[in-house]
Design a protein around this ligand. Structure first.
Ligand code: ATP
Ligand code: MN
Length: 292
């Protein structure tokens, strides 16, 4: 991406040379540079949503690892505190509104961003469904791709659009945009029934419950990202794992060429964004329909 397209931020980074992924040589400044390149694609998935944040002040090899849904001491003012309307007296939640907010997360050593599947303007009507495909031991990557295509087909049968991204960890996430209408319980019930139907039709391949005993050889279709207060890693978010992987939105057509769930990393995504400027999720929100 040309520098003229890069968003600017007034948030200053202290210790920009601090290593967040030491083996990969990725520094705080390197992370900020990555998000500057990704921002125009990523923004709709992180702006104005309640966030859970994975903070590792000493990087991925450090001992401190905080999964935070609430403010911390000395938090940058570009990270906003917001009240959950259903818990008005409870501890406030977190939100960002712009690129300054994202840079503030970088400054705070947030290495993973996990939003709710809703915006704070429409809190009780989710705007996406996330189906998380978690392969057990000994499941071939090809089988995970087949599972994603199966989820896509079932979503489309229900009139929904389906988009796919790597998790940056072990699997794939299939995400359906929703026009905000159905409430949390309806959306979660729908996701549950989709997972159950896949498991019922191919019990040798798919599980809809997190029964660890049977996990080996199966793909767990985790629908539990879709309840009120649940989260899934954001599209384009980095992961606090070796290799500095990101959760990468893909075209369905390229999925079979992708070598695995952690194929996209801070080392190769900026070049991809530059050389393939078309966003594979570019019409995500235009494709949204209500869950009826
Ligand atoms: P993978 O491909 O490895 O399954 P994933 O993104 O699908 O990657 P995880 O990173 O294992 O799955 O889990 C992410 C979700 O689990 C988060 O969105 C969040 O809801 C929850 N989560 C993750 N870490 C914590 C934690 N420390 N405490 C509470 N909940 C967490
Ligand atoms: Mn997963």
């Amino acid at each position: 991406m040309s520098p003229s397209n890069s968003p600017r931020s007034d948030v200053s980074l202290t210790h920009p040379d601090r290593l967040y992924w030491p083996d990969e040589g990725v520094t705080k400044q390197g992370l900020a540079d990555y998000y500057a390149a990704a921002w125009r694609f990523m923004a709709p998935y992180v702006v104005n949503r309640p966030l859970a944040l994975l903070r590792l002040p000493d990087g991925i090899k450090g001992h401190q690892r905080f999964f935070q849904k609430h403010a911390w001491k000395g938090m940058n003012p570009h990270i906003e505190e917001i009240a959950d309307p259903q818990d008005a007296d409870g501890e406030k939640l977190l939100r960002i509104g712009d690129f300054d907010g994202l840079v503030a997360l970088v400054q705070s050593a947030v290495l993973e961003i996990h939003p709710w599947g809703t915006t704070t303007g429409n809190w009780e009507q989710p705007d996406m469904i996330t189906m998380d495909l978690d392969p057990g031991e000994d499941v071939a990557w090809n089988a995970v791709i087949s599972a994603a295509l199966e989820v896509k087909a079932r979503l489309e049968t229900r009139g929904l659009a389906a988009f796919v991204k790597t998790s940056g960890g072990k699997g794939l996430h299939v995400v359906a945009p929703l026009a905000p209408k159905a409430g949390w319980s309806e959306v979660k019930d729908f996701a549950h029934s989709l997972a159950e139907s896949m498991s019922a039709d191919a019990p040798d391949k798919y599980l809809a419950t997190a029964t660890k005993a049977k996990r080996g050889g199966h793909i767990y279709i985790d629908y539990l990202r879709n309840g009120r207060g649940n989260t899934a890693v954001a599209a384009y978010s980095t992961r606090a794992r070796p290799g500095a992987p990101v959760s990468m939105p893909l075209d369905w057509e390229e999925l079979s060429d992708v070598s695995g769930p952690a194929a996209f990393t801070l080392a190769n995504v900026p070049q991809r964004l530059e050389t393939r400027p078309k966003d594979p999720w570019g019409d995500f929100f235009e494709a949204a329909v209500p869950l009826e």
